[in-house]
Design a binder for this molecule. Sequence first.
Ligand code: ING
Length: 309
Amino acid sequence: MRIVTTAAAQMGPIQRSDTRSVVVERMIALMDEAKAQGADFIVYPELALTTFFPRWYIEDQAEVDTWFEREMPSPETLPLFRRAREHGMAMSFGYAELTPEGQHFNTSIIVDKHGAIIGKYRKIHLPGHSEYDPERTHQHLEKRYFLPGDLGFPVWRTMGGLFGMCVCNDRRWPETYRVMGLQGVEMVALGYNTPSINSQNGAEGPEQRLFHNRLSVQAGAYQNATWVVAVAKAGVEDGHPLIGGSLIVDPNGVIVAECRTEEDELLVHPCDLDDTVFGKTTIFDFVRHRRVEHYGLITSQTGVVLPPE
Ligand code: ING
């Protein structure tokens, strides 16, 4: 038994006018509740410190940069790191990273129970667009504000197991989980900010968004025999609704806990990392069953092969 009692700390909306300090207070309240329920590890959403600012078209780079953190821990997040160390609790959260070289990433980190940042991931699959699109009901300018991640999908040995991260749109791509699965990952921690409606197809509403969230996360977990903890920033931010539906999914793809609200809401579950062993040594024993020599076409393909005229 290698139990990591894991808390999914879903957060409700963060308004454009909310300060980071007020947000950190909410994160600490969730952390205290997680401690009271015996959690060893707490996972927060993507861009957990601010509103989902990529919905706004901003031309002035200095204004864009106000949404980014130049250092971590930053002055506003120091109380969170301190409380985590007091609780002896590991944590993962997402934030907008501005590097000393001036590069902008949609980043998430894993911090161990001593308060040391042991892992960093930068979002690779950036959805949306880079220029203002008047056709859309709302903007989604991640391609404008962030560079694609340059760290790959690492897996770290910590908390007695193998942990990895991804961010939001990454969870929709099977490659994300498989690259970590091939490294033996036993728990993937991810946050998301997913609009409840599609900016290009009004027909797709929250029900379908929630369905695709479950589908993507359950498939990733099952097909790589890993736990997946997927945590939403939810609710209405300055009039723009985001889905909730945070999940803890076990290595068989079974949802063991799911949020019901679009507010700050905590899930806590004793995740036994040994529950990954059966899948990894039977149906998804990659060494015995994958036939990489036959996959060449897939790795060389760049886009969709259209049917003959
Ligand atoms: N948000 C959304 C997500 O991938 C999206 C964007 C929603 C893309 C639905 C495609 C379909 O969950 C972020 N931040 O990636």
